[in-house]
Design a protein around this ligand. Structure first.
Ligand code: AMP
Ligand code: GLY
Length: 420
C-alpha cells in the first residue's frame, strides 16, 4: 500500500523510518517532510493543515493510509475530512483531539471518568482566577486553556508569579489559547509518559518514556519541546502502568465513546507518579517528540501493523512483540534555542554516523541543499540508539554525537541521568 505521513519533525522521521521497513509499505510519501525523511519517503510540498490539498494528493497518488504526526492538523479536523472521504487515517477526530486542544475539556473528562488528576478551577476572567489563586495559595499551576505550542503552562512557586501569569494570559500573551485559563493544584512526584493506541474502544500500550524538557544540564533553564528522551521509563513500573490504564486511560476512552466522540489514534498520557499512584498531568493526541523516536527505535516495522490495527478498529486482537531493550535519543539544537537562533549552517559528518538497528540519526529540522544538509530549525537532529540496557543505549548515542561536525549546535550531556 502507498502511505502518506503528515509532518516534518523528528517524530515524523522516526515514523517514516519504521513504516518503510514494513513490507506492506510500497511508496511512502511525507508532507512536507525534511532532508532526513527523504531517505525513506518522497517529500511533497503540501501543507498538512490544508485538508483539500491533502485529499487531492491522496486521490492522485493512490494512497491507502494516512498517518497524522502533529496535533495542529488533528485539532482542526484534518483526520475527519480524510475519513469522511473514505481514507483510512491514523489520528483522532477534531472532537476527540480536544483532549489536547482544551485543558478544561480534559479536566471535565477526568471528572466524568473519575480519573485521578490535580484539583482545578476553570476561569473566563482574570479577577475570578486571581481570587481562586489567592484562596489556594502557592505553589500553583496556571494554564492557558488552548494550544500554545507547549508554552502555555506556568508552574508558579509563589503567588506573585501566578497572579502575573493570569494577567499575561488574559492580556493575550498566548493569543486565543489564553482566553480561558485552568488553574491547578501543584502535583509533586516524578513525571513519565505513557503511550497507548486506542481504536475507539480497545486500548494497547506501546511504551513508556521520560523526556528532559529543560534546555540545561541537570534539568535547569527554560522549557523546550524536549532535549532528549529514553524508553522504557523505569518509574512507570508494570504495576503503576496497569493502574494508569485502569484508573485513567480506559475510563477516558469509555467516556469519549459514551459521548459519541470515540478516540482513535495514540493517546499520550503525561503522568505524575508519587507513592505508587499515577495522576494525569495532561493528554496529548499524538506521539511525543522526541519520545516517538525512542518508541519507534524499539518497535520497528511492527509500528505500521499496530497503527493499521488502530485505524481499522482491530486492537482487540493486536499485540506488541517486545524485545527486552532500551532506547535513548539526544537532541542537537541550534545555539540560542529555545530563544532565537540562526538557520542555514552546513552540518558535516552525517555520512560517518552508524545507521543500523542500534543507531539512527533522525532529522528534526534540516533542509537539503545540493549534497549538503543545512540546519533549519531549533531542534535539528535526534541522535538515537538502542541497547540491552539504558547505559548501553546512552553510550551508543553519545559516541555517535562526537561524529557530528556542527559548531552552531549544542546538546545536553546528561540525558538519562535520573534513570542512571
Ligand atoms: P503540560 O503542558 O500540561 O504538560 O505542562 C508542562 C509541564 O508543567 C509538565 O510536564 C509538568 O512538568 C508541569 N505541570 C503541569 N501541570 C502540573 C501540575 N498540576 N503540577 C505540577 N506540575 C505540573
Ligand atoms: N516532548 C513533549 C511533547 O511532545 O509534547
Amino acid at each position: 500500500m502507498n502511505i502518506l505521513i503528515l509532518g516534518s519533525g523528528g517524530r515524523e522521521h522516526a515514523l517514516a523510518w519504521a513504516v518503510k521497513q514494513n513490507p506492506k509499505c510500497d511508496t511512502l510519501y511525507a508532507a512536507p517532510g525534511n532532508a532526513g525523511m527523504a531517505a525513506h519517503a518522497t517529500c511533497v510540498a503540501l501543507n498538512p493543515e490544508n485538508s483539500a490539498d491533502v485529499l487531492s494528493f491522496v486521490r492522485e497518488n493512490d494512497i491507502s493510509f494516512v498517518i497524522v504526526g502533529p496535533e495542529a492538523p488533528l485539532a482542526i479536523g484534518v483526520a475527519d475530512d480524510l475519513r469522511d472521504a473514505g481514507v483510512l487515517t491514523f489520528g483522532p477526530s477534531k472532537a476527540a483531539a480536544r483532549l489536547e486542544a482544551s485543558k478544561s475539556f480534559t479536566k471535565e473528562i477526568c471528572d466524568a471518568a473519575n480519573a485521578p488528576t490535580a484539583a482545578y478551577g476553570h476561569f473566563h476572567d482574570a479577577e475570578s482566577a486571581k481570587a481562586y489563586v489567592r484562596e489556594q495559595g502557592a505553589p500553583i499551576v496556571v494554564k492557558a486553556d488552548g494550544l500554545a505550542a507547549g508554552k502555555g503552562v506556568i508552574v508558579a512557586m509563589d503567588l506573585e508569579t501566578a497572579l502575573s501569569a493570569i494577567d499575561d494570559m488574559f492580556s493575550g500573551t498566548f493569543g486565543g489559547a489564553g482566553a480561558e485559563v485552568v488553574i491547578e493544584e501543584f502535583m509533586e512526584g516524578e513525571e513519565a509518559s505513557y503511550f497507548i493506541l486506542c481504536d475507539g474502544k480497545n486500548v494497547l500500550p506501546v511504551g513508556t518514556a521520560q523526556d528532559h524538557k529543560r534546555v540545561g544540564e541537570g534539568d535547569t533553564g527554560p522549557n523546550t519541546g524536549g532535549m532528549g528522551a529514553y524508553s522504557p521509563a523505569p518509574v512507570l513500573t508494570d504495576d503503576i502502568a496497569e493502574r494508569a490504564l485502569d484508573e485513567i486511560v480506559r475510563p477516558t476512552v469509555a467516556e469519549m465513546e459514551r459521548r459519541g466522540t470515540p478516540y482513535q489514534g495514540v493517546l499520550y498520557a503525561g503522568l505524575m507518579i508519587k507513592d505508587g499512584q499515577p495522576r494525569l498531568v495532561e493528554y496529548n493526541v499524538r506521539f511525543g517528540d522526541p519520545e516517538c523516536q525512542v518508541l519507534m527505535m524499539r518497535l520497528g516495522a511492527q509500528a505500521l501493523d499496530l497503527m493499521l490495527a488502530t485505524a481499522e478498529g482491530r486492537l482487540d486482537t493486536a499485540k506488541v512483540n517486545w524485545a527486552d531493550d532500551h532506547a535513548m535519543t539526544v537532541v542537537m539544537a541550534a545555539n540560542g534555542y529555545p530563544g532565537s537562533y540562526g538557520k542555514g549552517d552546513v552540518i558535516r559528518g552525517l555520512e560517518t554516523l552508524a545507521d543500523d538497528s542500534f543507531h539512527k540519526c533522525f532529522h528534526a529540522g534540516t533542509k537539503a541543499d545540493g549534497d549538503n544538509t543545512l540546519a533549519n530549525g531549533g531542534r535539528v537532529l535526534n541522535i538515537t540508539a538502542r541497547g540491552e540496557t539504558l547505559k548501553e543505549a546512552q553510550e551508543r548515542a553519545y559516541s555517535e554525537l562526537d561524529k557530528v561536525d556542527w559548531e552552531g549546535g549544542f546538546y545536553r550531556h546528561d540525558i538519562g541521568w535520573r534513570a542512571l
